[in-house]
Ligand binder design. Structure first.
Ligand code: ATP
Length: 366
């Protein structure tokens, strides 16, 4: 159990790549925090600096208040699970799990007990005599987690631990790691590029881009209140729709493009009044486009005529890809909706749920 603080962390590699740029994160005791972002955003480097596997160029990392910048990885009381599991091929599962404890000269009976306890938690008691090559990907992954658990570390670090598993197993292991977190009550820092993994597992999520933290928040806040266009587009699948247009005053405030004229909800009007006649980007999530008008929506000005490009059936819902003039939109709809491909389709915007971003800075306006 530990809190982990990253203060003004920067990492510049020898090739002058600024991989991590002024990162500040306060990770609470027992928290499950997920670092997420596209490839190359600096999440693995950040994790590796916490582990002590990568030197910090500037800034301070503290574990339970103690600065660990110059503390060797083995003395940081953390355990890391890697993407490739890094199991020793010539050792059995038992030996793999016991290895770290042996190095630290734990007494044999304690090693035995800890390995058996961890094996029970992970349901791999029957695999202890096997070698890694005799295991499936999912089983290897459990052994890698087991090797971390036996150490009873203050902090667990996970670097994309599920990316080598097939989709179904990934979903299963995701819940298992969440359950493990609830059971062990240990601080966990988890790196992934998969926003669904981040949303489903994290108490809080750190969204990174180009070495910088974009937003640190709970999953629902990230989804409902993204601070900029990048976060809004990164979290959620299918991604949020973005439409370039401008704000105009016309019987109240409207968002205008060549094709669309949408009435802005009252609650957003006062902030957006500063943007009259200025370009903005409107964001709206696929589920906030509907074939029905909302009961309390204004009579006019929240709808559009579109052409249906593609309909993707998902079983319990459909994704409808639409074109309104030069704007492309995706709507998430119930299976009862029956849009005809290449046909005309009338959709309603739930303007209460729309987001507006500054065209230049991409920061959220409202
Ligand atoms: P991925 O999801 O692809 O693993 P990431 O978000 O974890 O990406 P990092 O691996 O942290 O990203 O890399 C961040 C940046 O630092 C990238 O531009 C990468 O090319 C660079 N980088 C990483 N390791 C090194 C290194 N050892 N030497 C030089 N540059 C590096």
């Amino acid at each position: 159990m530990a809190k982990v603080e990253l203060e003004k962390i920067c990492k510049v590699f020898d090739n002058h790549v600024l991989a991590v740029d002024d990162v500040n994160i306060d990770i609470h005791d027992k928290e499950f925090i997920v670092l997420v972002g596209p490839s190359g955003c600096g999440k693995s480097t950040t994790l590796r600096m916490v582990a002590g596997l990568e030197e910090i160029t500037s800034g301070e990392i503290r574990i339970d208040g103690k600065v660990v910048n110059d503390v060797a990885p083995k003395d940081r009381d953390i355990a890391m699970v890697f993407q490739n599991y890094a199991l020793y091929p010539h050792m059995t599962v038992f030996e793999n799990m016991a290895f770290g404890l042996k190095l630290r000269k734990y007494p044999k009976p304690e090693i035995e007990q800890r390995v058996r306890d961890a094996a029970e938690i992970l349901s791999i008691e029957n695999l202890l005599d096997r070698k890694p090559k005799q295991l499936s990907g999912g089983q290897r992954q459990r052994v890698a987690v087991g090797r971390a658990i036996v150490r009873k570390p203050k902090v667990f670090l996970f670097d994309e631990p599920l990316s080598n598993l097939d989709a179904k197993l990934r979903v299963q292991m995701r819940t298992e790691i969440s359950k493990l977190h609830a059971r062990l009550e240990t601080t966990m820092i988890y790196v992934t590029h998969d926003q669904v993994e981040a949303m489903t597992m994290g108490d809080r999520i750190v969204v990174m881009k180009d070495g910088k933290v974009q937003q640190i928040d709970s999953p629902m806040n990230l989804y409902d209140k993204p601070v900029n266009k990048f976060v809004a587009g990164f979290i959620g699948s299918p991604a949020m729709n973005f439409i370039n247009g401008k704000i105009v005053a016309d019987n109240g405030l409207c968002f205008r493009t060549e094709q669309l004229k949408l009435h802005i909800a009252d609650k957003q009007a006062s902030t957006l009044s500063a943007y009259v006649d200025k370009p903005v980007v409107m964001g709206i999530r696929p589920e906030d486009l509907s074939e029905y008008q909302l009961v309390d929506a204004p009579k006019q000005g929240c709808d559009a005529h579109c052409k249906v490009d593609v309909v993707e059936p998902m079983g319990n819902e459909i994704f409808v890809y639409l074109a309104s003039g030069s704007d492309n939109l995706v709507a998430r709809m119930s299976v009862q909706a029956r849009p005809e491909v290449r046909g005309n389709y009338h959709i309603y915007f739930n303007m209460d749920k729309s987001h507006f971003f500054d065209t230049a800075t991409e920061a959220v306006i409202e």
